[in-house]
Design a protein around this ligand. Structure first.
Ligand code: PLP
Length: 390
C-alpha cells in the first residue's frame, strides 16, 4: 500500500546518510569514550566533532551543547537544573500550550508547592507579552516558553520574549523541539539561556536530544552521575546516536532553505487545495507566524479520529487534535486554550511535512480528503450538518 507520511511533527524518517554514519559505532567503534585506551578514547574525538556540527548549526560554541536522551529530558533538565540553582525562588512562568514535556513537569511542581503561571493564548495561538511582563516577579526562577507549537506550528516571538525575561534578570528556557531545522535560529543573536531540541524531529533517531546551555548560565545536572558532558549530564555518551545527530545537523543546514521554500509551498498548496474543495474548514492558529511544514485544519462536524482512521486506510499518516482522556475524545489542550469552537476542534487534523514529501503526496491527499470528509459528514450525528448543503 502507498504510504503518504505527513506526520513529521510526531517523528521523522531517519536519513539514510545518518544511519550510515551510525552503524560502525555498534560493531566496530563501540568503545567507551571515557576509557583510557585508544580504542575507546578515540570515540571522544568523534563526539566532539558532532558537538561542533550542532554548535555550528545553532550559532553556538561547542561547549554550550550538552547531549541528552530526548527533548523531554532537555526540558526537564533546564527547568529542574535551574530550580536547584535558585532554591529560594518558587515561581515558574510557562504557557498553556506547551508540550507535556514542560506542562506535566510544571503541574507536578505545582503539586510540590511551586507557584506556576500558565500564560493564556488568544484565538490565533499568540501570547500577550504584557501578561508575561506582569507575571515576572522577584520570586520567578525560570520562564519556559516554547519556540513553536507542535500542533498548530504557531511560532512565538522568542527573541523578544527572551529580551523581556532577561531584562528582569530571570533565566529563560525555550523548548525548540519543533523549530530547530525548520526556521532560522541563531544563538549569537538572541538572549536565550537554555534551548531544548530533539533528534527524531530532524531525521536523526529517537533517543537523542540536546540541551543548549549559554556560557555562564548557572546549571546543576538533572541526571547526576559520572563526569560526562563536562559534568552536566551523567551517563555514558550514546556515541552512535550522537554521531548520527551530528550528521543530521549537517543535512539540516543544507535543507533549511528547502524547508522554507519547497516544503512551505507544498504545505500551502495542500492547505489551499483542501480549503477550496471542502466546505466548513478552518486553519487553527496564526497563518503568518507559523512553521513552514505544519498545518492544523479543523473540519467542522466530523470527528478527528474518524478522519484519521479513514486516512489510515488510504495510507495517509497524519494526527488529530484530540487527546483520548478517560474514554472521551477531548480536543487537545492547545485547541482548548485557543478557544477553537468545539465543532471544529473535534475535527482537527494536523498535517506536518518534511523534505521527503513530494508533489504527488500532496495531490493524493487533495484527491482523497474531500471524499473522506463528505462521507463522514453524511454519517455525522450532528443534525445541524444534515441541514447544510455540502
Ligand atoms: N517538545 C515538543 C514541542 C515536542 O513536539 C516534543 C515531541 O513531540 C517534545 C518536546 C518531546 O521530545 P522527545 O520526544 O524527544 O522527548
Amino acid at each position: 500500500m502507498r504510504v503518504v507520511y505527513v506526520d513529521n511533527n510526531a517523528t521523522t524518517k531517519v536519513a539514510e546518510e545518518v544511519v550510515e554514519v551510525m552503524v560502525p559505532y555498534f560493531t566496530q567503534s563501540y568503545g567507551n569514550p571515557s576509557s583510557m585506551h585508544t580504542f575507546g578514547g578515540r570515540i571522544a574525538k568523534h563526539i566532539e566533532e558532532a558537538r561542533e556540527k550542532v554548535a555550528d548549526f545553532l550559532g553556538a560554541i561547542p561547549s554550550e551543547i550538552v547531549f541528552t536522551s530526548c527533548g523531554t529530558e532537555s526540558d526537564n533538565a533546564a527547568i529542574m537544573g535551574t530550580l536547584e540553582c535558585y532554591p529560594e525562588k518558587r515561581h515558574i512562568i510557562t504557557t498553556r500550550v506547551e508540550h507535556p514535556a514542560v506542562l506535566t513537569l510544571c503541574k507536578n511542581l505545582q503539586k510540590r508547592g511551586y507557584k506556576i503561571t500558565f500564560l493564556p493564548v488568544d484565538n490565533k495561538g499568540n501570547l500577550d507579552l504584557n501578561l508575561l511582563r506582569e507575571a515576572i516577579t522577584e520570586d520567578t526562577a525560570i520562564v519556559s516558553i516554547m519556540y513553536a507549537n507542535n500542533e498548530t506550528g504557531v511560532v512565538f516571538s522568542i527573541d523578544e520574549i527572551a529580551n523581556i525575561v532577561k531584562s528582569r534578570g530571570v533565566v529563560f528556557h525555550t523548548d525548540a523541539v519543533q523549530a530547530v531545522g525548520k526556521i532560522d535560529i541563531d544563538m549569537k543573536k538572541n538572549n536565550v539561556d537554555f534551548l531544548s531540541l530533539s533528534g527524531h524531529k530532524l531525521h536523526a533517531p529517537k533517543g537523542i536530544g540536546v540541551l543548549y546551555i549559554r556560557r555562564g548560565t548557572k546549571f546543576r545536572p538533572f541526571l547526576k552521575g559520572g563526569h560526562q558532558e563536562n559534568g552536566r549530564r551523567g551517563g555514558t555518551e550514546n556515541a552512535p546516536y550522537i554521531a548520527g545527530l551530528g550528521k543530521a545537523f549537517e543535512l539540516a543546514k543544507k535543507h533549511l532553505k528547502e524547508e522554507q521554500g519547497r516544503v512551505k509551498a507544498m504545505r500551502d498548496r495542500l492547505e489551499a487545495g483542501l480549503i477550496s474543495a471542502i466546505p466548513n474548514v478552518k486553519i487553527n492558529g496564526d497563518t503568518e507566524k507559523r512553521l513552514p511544514n505544519t498545518t492544523s485544519l479543523g473540519f467542522e462536524f466530523v470527528e478527528g479520529e474518524a478522519i484519521l482512521l479513514m486516512l489510515d486506510r488510504l495510507g495517509i499518516c497524519a494526527s488529530s487534535g484530540s487527546a483520548c482522556t478517560s474514554g472521551s475524545l477531548e480536543p487537545s489542550h492547545v485547541l482548548r486554550a485557543m478557544g477553537v469552537p468545539f465543532t471544529y476542534a473535534h475535527g482537527s487534523i494536523r498535517f506536518s511535512l518534511s523534505h521527503y514529501n513530494t508533489d504527488d503526496d500532496i495531490n493524493y491527499i487533495i484527491e482523497h480528503m474531500p471524499k473522506v470528509i463528505s462521507k463522514l459528514r453524511e454519517l455525522s450525528p450532528f443534525t445541524q450538518y444534515s441541514k447544510m448543503a455540502v
